[in-house]
Design a protein around this ligand. Structure first.
Ligand SMILES: *Cc1c(COP(=O)(O)O)cnc(C)c1O
Length: 378
């Protein structure tokens, strides 16, 4: 039941320390914390002339933190979806994209919009169909994996899929939003691109939108950055500042939320009003063995099916007092949402609730959940 964030590869400064120490200006007299640099342009004479193409010190602080955590080079974007779009922007006309069946609805929406315009073809595979992904790797141009997946929390065997042979020009990207850079480092597992929405765990306070794409290859770094420049998908100064501030406490927040999640998942799993609990840390989870081998922590998201129908599940949400009835995840406050009620997510079990566990006291969270489950009616 322990959180496993203490496991990190040798040779890398501990992630908790990097989160606190990276992205600082160490010159004598410099402010200890970089203030938000509100500048579109800079005095000529260096490589930094105009923010959209050359970046700003504030964006770079955020990029340095995540780049060092994932041992690659990071490009920050206006939102997670702006980062996803920059990855799709790398594709030539007629490309083949493979997406997971359980996938963030923004990503499937973007892929579908391009397919309708005739830009590319899209096929879907179950997250845990490792053989299917390995076969698909042979002729795909973009393999987009999401693990653990949203909202069913299925874990893909990333190491095996990344090791499959693919065309030299093919890209393998992993949406690392649910895992975070603390629990999983896709580039180390063999991915070309590691994506995450910084709106979630890095921001951590539900008060900003930002996205991050991290790569090892220099040509890919230049291409992703060029896409940001040409599409104007640049992060805001204040958002970048807040994301850096969020990163400073991320390890602590994750550790606490993750240990809360494990306790709540075990109790939900035994609750008579819950038909099924999905959490990668539970031994009963279908992809628990891969999660154990691949992740450094099981995360803070639990999906559970309330016994009964959508109305019963909605009742649970409306009876909660501490847990906020709101979308999104990765913040200090716990949030809950019935996912089949979301556009594009109608295929999900109607009574499935996705709970993003925050850093509140776990007994208070349990008391809230237990009371709401008891009041759901039958
Ligand atoms: C939120 C999210 C995104 C999109 O990020 P935004 O910051 O909302 O644009 C992509 N993938 C996953 C898994 C997410 O949770």
């Amino acid at each position: 039941m322990s959180s496993r964030t203490d496991k990190h590869p040798a040779g890398l400064a501990a992630a908790e320390s990097l989160l606190v120490a990276a992205g600082r200006d160490r010159h004598p007299g410099a402010p200890l914390n970089l203030p938000p640099v509100l500048a579109s342009n800079f005095i000529l004479g260096t490589a930094r002339t105009y923010a959209r193409g050359d970046g700003t010190p504030t964006w770079e602080a955020l990029e340095e933190i995540v780049g060092r955590l994932e041992e690659g080079r990071c490009v920050a974007f206006a939102s997670g979806m702006a980062g996803v779009a920059a990855v799709f922007d790398q594709l030539r006309a007629g490309s083949r994209i493979v997406l997971p069946e359980d996938c963030y609805q923004g990503v499937t929406g973007l892929a579908e919009a391009g397919r309708q315009k005739g830009l590319w073809s899209v096929s879907r595979l179950a997250v845990d169909d490792t053989d299917g992904w390995i076969r698909a790797a042979a002729d795909a141009d973009l393999l987009w994996l999401e693990s653990p997946s949203n909202p069913l929390l299925v874990v893909a065997d990333l190491r095996a899929i990344c090791a499959a042979s693919r065309k030299p020009s093919a890209l393998l990207a992993v949406d690392n939003t649910f895992a975070t850079s603390l629990n999983q480092r896709p580039l180390e597992l063999g991915a070309d691109l590691s994506f995450q929405s910084a709106t979630k765990f890095i921001g951590g306070h539900s008060d900003l939108l930002a996205g991050l794409v991290t790569v090892k290859r220099d040509d890919l770094f230049a291409a992703v950055r060029r896409s940001r420049e040409l599409r104007g998908a640049t992060p805001g100064a204040l958002e970048s500042f807040l994301a850096v501030r969020g990163a400073r406490t991320m390890a602590l927040r994750l550790e606490r939320a993750q240990s809360n999640a494990m306790i709540l998942a075990e109790r939900l799993g035994a609750h008579p009003a819950v038909a099924r609990t999905r959490y990668p840390g539970l031994p009963t989870h279908p992809t628990h063995a891969i999660a154990r081998a691949q992740l450094m922590g099981y995360g803070t998201i639990i999906s559970f099916d309330v016994r009964g129908d959508a109305v019963a599940a909605d009742k649970v949400c409306s009876h909660l007092r501490l847990i906020q009835h709101a979308t999104s995840l990765g913040a200090v406050e716990s949030t809950i949402e019935r996912r089949a009620g979301i556009h594009g997510q109608e295929h999900l079990p109607p009574s499935l609730l996705r709970l993003s566990v925050g850093i509140e006291n776990v007994e208070d969270l349990w008391a809230d959940l237990d009371a709401a489950l008891q009041q759901r009616g039958l």
